[in-house]
Design a protein around this ligand. Structure first.
Ligand code: DGY
Length: 322
C-alpha cells in the first residue's frame, strides 16, 4: 500500500522528524521559514497530503481549509493552544484537529515561576547592570525587589498549567487565588480560593498570572480598567497568549509604577513586539519559551504524531479538538 503523505510546516526536533519519516512520505520545510497560505496550499496539493502538522505560526482558517485537498484527514498542532485553528471549519469538512496537552504543563509552569521571580527580584536590571560593567559593588539598597512569600497569587485560568503554577507557588509560600470558568473540585483546589468573577480575583492579586487560552472572551482581558483593580504595585506574568493583554495599557501602568513589574513570555503579533516594552527596565521579556525544553519539544512532536497516526489508521485521536 502506498505510504501516506504528511506536511510538516516547520522544522521539528530531529527524533520527531525521524519518526515522521519512518512512517510517512514527509513534505518538510528545511528552511523553517513561515510559509504563506499559498505555499501551504501548493505543498499540500503536490503531495496530496493526508495530514498537516502545524505550529502556532500557521493560521489554519476556513479560507485555507477550503483550498486544501480532499485527501486531508487531520490537522495536528504542535501546541496546546489552538487559537490559530478554526476548529469548527475543520469539523465542517470532517478534518480532525488535535493538540498536545499535558506534555508542556511543567515546562510552561516553570517559565511562569521564572518570570514571576525574575520580575519580583529585578533579574533583568541586575543582569544588565553586571554586563554593562556598571556594578560598583554591593550595597544595602541596591535593586531591591519584593518577596513572593506570604503574597497572594491570582491565577486567571486554572487549567492544567494554572494548577501547576499554583503547586510551584505554594512552595514559595504564596497564597493562591484563582478565577476559572468553573470552580475546581476541592482536591484540585488544594486550598486555593475561588473567585467567581475576574474582577474579584484582580482585587486580591499582589501577583497576577495569566494562564487562560486566547478566546473571544479573554482577548483584551487585562486593560486599564482591570489594571486599576489590582493592588498598587502588583506584578503581572503572562505565559498564555499576548492578546490577553492590552499592551498600551500595561505599558502605561509599568511606566507609572502602578504595576511594579511584569514578566512576559508571549506577545500580541509576536515576534513583533510593541516598542513600548523594549525600554522598560521593570519588564522581563522572553521569546515564547514556555515549552522550550528538549524533553517537552520531543514529547509535543511525538504527541502530534500519535494523533496523526490514530486518525490516519481510522482510530480515535488521543487529543481531539472536536
Ligand atoms: C502552546 O503550546 O500553545 C505554546 O504556546 C507553544 O509553546
Amino acid at each position: 500500500m502506498a505510504r501516506q503523505s504528511i506536511l510538516l510546516t516547520r522544522r521539528l526536533p530531529p527524533q520527531v522528524e525521524a519518526r515522521a519519516r519512518a512512517s510517512y512520505d514527509v513534505i518538510d520545510n528545511p528552511d523553517d521559514r513561515i510559509l504563506t497560505p499559498q505555499e501551504l496550499r501548493e505543498r499540500a496539493h503536490n503531495g496530496k497530503v493526508a495530514a498537516l502538522l502545524v505550529c502556532t505560526s500557521e493560521k489554519v482558517d476556513e479560507t485555507l481549509l477550503a483550498q486544501l485537498p480532499d485527501s486531508l484527514k487531520a490537522v495536528a498542532t504542535f501546541s496546546v493552544g489552538y487559537d490559530h485553528i478554526d476548529v469548527a471549519a475543520c469539523k465542517a469538512r470532517g478534518i480532525m484537529a488535535t493538540n498536545t496537552p499535558d506534555v508542556l504543563t511543567d515546562s510552561t509552569a516553570d517559565i511562569a515561576m521564572l518570570l514571576l521571580l525574575g520580575a519580583a527580584r529585578r533579574a533583568y536590571e541586575g543582569d544588565r547592570l553586571v554586563r554593562a560593567g556598571e556594578w560598583k559593588g554591593w550595597h544595602t539598597m541596591m535593586l531591591l525587589g519584593v518577596q513572593p512569600g506570604g503574597k497572594r497569587l491570582g491565577i486567571f485560568g486554572m487549567g492544567r498549567i494554572g494548577q501547576a503554577v499554583a503547586q510551584r507557588a505554594r512552595a514559595f509560600g504564596m497564597r493562591i487565588h484563582y478565577h476559572n470558568r468553573s470552580r475546581l473540585a476541592p482536591e484540585q483546589e488544594a486550598g486555593a480560593e475561588y473567585h467567581a468573577s475576574p474582577e474579584s480575583l484582580l482585587r486580591v492579586s499582589d501577583f497576577l498570572c495569566l494562564n487562560a487560552p486566547s478566546s473571544p472572551a479573554t482577548r483584551g482581558f487585562l486593560n486599564s480598567e482591570r489594571i486599576a483593580l489590582l493592588p498598587e504595585g502588583a506584578i503581572v506574568v503572562n505565559t498564555a497568549r499576548g492578546d490577553l493583554v492590552v499592551d498600551d495599557d500595561l505599558i502605561a501602568a509599568l511606566q507609572s509604577g502602578r504595576v511594579r513589574a511584569a514578566g512576559l513570555d508571549v506577545f500580541a503579533n509576536e515576534p513583533a513586539l510593541h516598542p513600548g516594552y523594549a525600554g522598560l527596565p521593570n519588564t522581563l521579556l522572553l521569546p515564547h519559551l514556555g515549552s522550550a525544553t528538549i524533553e517537552t519539544r520531543d514529547a509535543m512532536g511525538f504527541t502530534a504524531l500519535d494523533n496523526i497516526d490514530a486518525v490516519l489508521a481510522g482510530r480515535a485521536a488521543p487529543n481531539p479538538l472536536w
